[in-house]
Design a protein around this ligand. Sequence first.
Ligand code: ATP
Ligand code: MG
Length: 174
Amino acid sequence: APVAVDWVISEVVDRTRTTAAARRIQVMADSGRGLTVYGSDSQLATAVANLVENAVNYSGEDTTVRITTRTTDDHVEIAVADQGIGIAPTDVDRIFERFYRADQARSRSTGGTGLGLAIVKHIASNHGGRVDVSSTLGGGSTFTLRLPARPPDDLLATLPAAGIEAGPADLRQV
Ligand code: ATP
Ligand code: MG
């Protein structure tokens, strides 16, 4: 189903408002600019909320978290940027694994289980998209969720007809 990016962002801001305020972190978000993505509204909100929760948990007080959107060649990108502790190059390849937590995170009081990003990755791939990170240790992180700007049906319609006709002729006895 079509999902309004505006809705996703306002939902995420609502869900994370209290924790952000408690840590004196200002969340700035663009409106979503009327963009549309496709899939499950609740799953997409969960994915972006996980990114914002991390941004808040792994940042110091009096910093800013920015949620921005943009479009690139047939994709919508939702980026969550923080001014937090950052991620070491040796950890950055592993943080999407279930239960993996970097040392800097483990030593912090905010104890998580290490599942949030695995869930984000799963939701992204279920929606034909992906999640990327760019980070500097001590210099903050930006996570980008990249989603198709077209419904899956449109993609199907562009496939050559022969490719989607898998009739009995394709079945072999084994
Ligand atoms: P959970 O989300 O299950 O409560 P978690 O936050 O530790 O626990 P993930 O969200 O999967 O787990 O993140 C994995 C690890 O990646 C974190 O423990 C932390 O080391 C690192 N990480 C994730 N987001 C950030 C961020 N914005 N800044 C710095 N490190 C981060
Ligand atoms: Mg997390």
